[in-house]
Ligand binder design. Structure first.
Ligand SMILES: NC(=O)c1ccc[n+]([C@@H]2O[C@H](COP(=O)([O-])OP(=O)(O)OC[C@H]3O[C@@H](n4cnc5c(N)ncnc54)[C@H](OP(=O)(O)O)[C@@H]3O)[C@@H](O)[C@H]2O)c1
Length: 325
């Protein structure tokens, strides 16, 4: 089995995004000097022939697949076809071509929305495909489930070591702060920052603020991915078996009410106005917390406390380190 070295060619697909940029930072800090990247203008990952040609030319040893079409509730609701097809194309092209060109280790990224809407909390990996999905992002979730299945099939049939990480809600530098397509934490940062700049007396936020969510700083996810890539094969052997998919939840193991999160963001940003809640807007699932005991058993845990992470994300926002869409 391929053992990662500092000179390994590691292809980070989607390096301009929230997760991909964190992965580049992590690999650079850890001394990996031959990281491979390709801008979308150079390599459209939905185009199978281009992906094949790129892999043939660059021959990565390891792949971390961070490229995907990603977005919040509004973006998913308005483009379900693209959320299904773009993600299927990107992951099929990259994962299958990686296999065809002999890449032994690959990290695929899914998301907690692959789990049933009514999954028991905290959500364990074994709840996959046990009940219906949340309809608002079902096309995206089904694409991600197909990616997990492909990794699992390649491991069984061709003894690959492809695993799928299921992160909770992520945030950090290079996040998407566009109010139409962003996730809750960057949206809160931007709304409150702008409200403070305008000296608004109040900010109106979606829903009741009562749902609970879990948030992971993006560099911690990158740390988890590298931690797994560096584990000796024998320590992860139980992940690559017939019995269950090679799936690992990555989170902090702690959730917080959106209302309390909004208070933290307001303090970080320095917004002193009132927070009003538009209760006519949907809340989504009441609680979403991942069971991270598998990663804990492997000896990994998240390192960045939420307050510190929000401060770092706001610093990045102020410095213009944001996703340009
Ligand atoms: N953000 C979260 O809260 C979260 C939570 C759980 C899981 N995840 C998962 O983590 C992974 C990364 O998410 P992210 O938040 O980092 O997404 P992101 O910030 O939107 O980044 C997506 C990356 O994919 C690239 N990309 C998209 N379509 C492409 C194409 N056709 N060809 C080439 N590159 C393409 C983008 O390139 P451009 O810069 O050119 O657009 C960008 O580099 C995804 O699989 C996502 O499902 C994210």
């Amino acid at each position: 089995m391929y053992a990662l070295e500092r000179a390994s060619r590691i292809y980070v697909a989607g390096h301009t995004g929230l997760v991909g940029s964190a992965m580049l930072r992590k690999l650079s800090q850890a001394g990996f000097s031959r990281t491979l990247t390709a801008a979308r203008s150079e390599l459209d990952l939905t185009d199978r022939n281009s992906v094949k040609a790129w892999f043939a030319a660059h021959r990565p040893h390891v792949v971390v697949l961070c490229a995907a079409r990603v977005g919040g509730i509004l973006a998913n609701a308005s483009a379900p076809v693209e959320f299904l097809l773009d993600n299927l194309h990107i992951q099929n092209n990259v994962i299958h071509t990686a296999h065809e060109t002999g890449v032994e280790q690959l990290v695929f990224l899914g998301s907690s929305c692959i789990y049933p809407r009514e999954a028991n909390q905290p959500i364990g990996e074994d709840s996959l495909l046990t009940a219906p999905l949340e309809p608002t992002n079902r096309p995206y979730a089904i694409a991600k489930i197909a990616g997990i299945e492909l990794c699992w099939a390649l491991n069984r049939q061709h003894q690959r070591r492809y695993f799928a990480l299921m992160p909770t809600n992520l945030y950090g530098p290079e996040d998407n702060f566009d109010l139409f397509s962003s996730h809750v934490l960057p949206a809160l940062i931007r709304k409150m920052h702008e409200a403070r700049e305008r000296a608004d007396a109040s900010v109106t936020l979606w829903g009741t603020g009562e749902p609970k969510r879990e948030f992971l700083y993006s560099d911690d996810l990158a740390d988890a991915a590298l931690y797994l890539l560096e584990r000796p094969a024998a320590r992860l052997a139980h992940l690559f078996c017939e019995a269950h998919p090679p799936l690992l939840n990555v989170g902090t193991g702690q959730d917080i009410r959106i209302r309390e999160l909004a208070d933290k963001v307001a303090r970080t940003v320095g917004f002193e106005g009132a927070l009003q809640w538009d209760t006519g807007k949907p809340d989504g699932t009441a609680r979403k917390l991942l069971d991270v005991s598998r990663m804990s058993a492997l000896g990994w845990q998240a390192k960045t406390p939420l307050d510190q992470g929000i401060a770092l994300a706001y610093e990045a926002f102020l410095a213009g380190r944001v996703r340009r869409l």
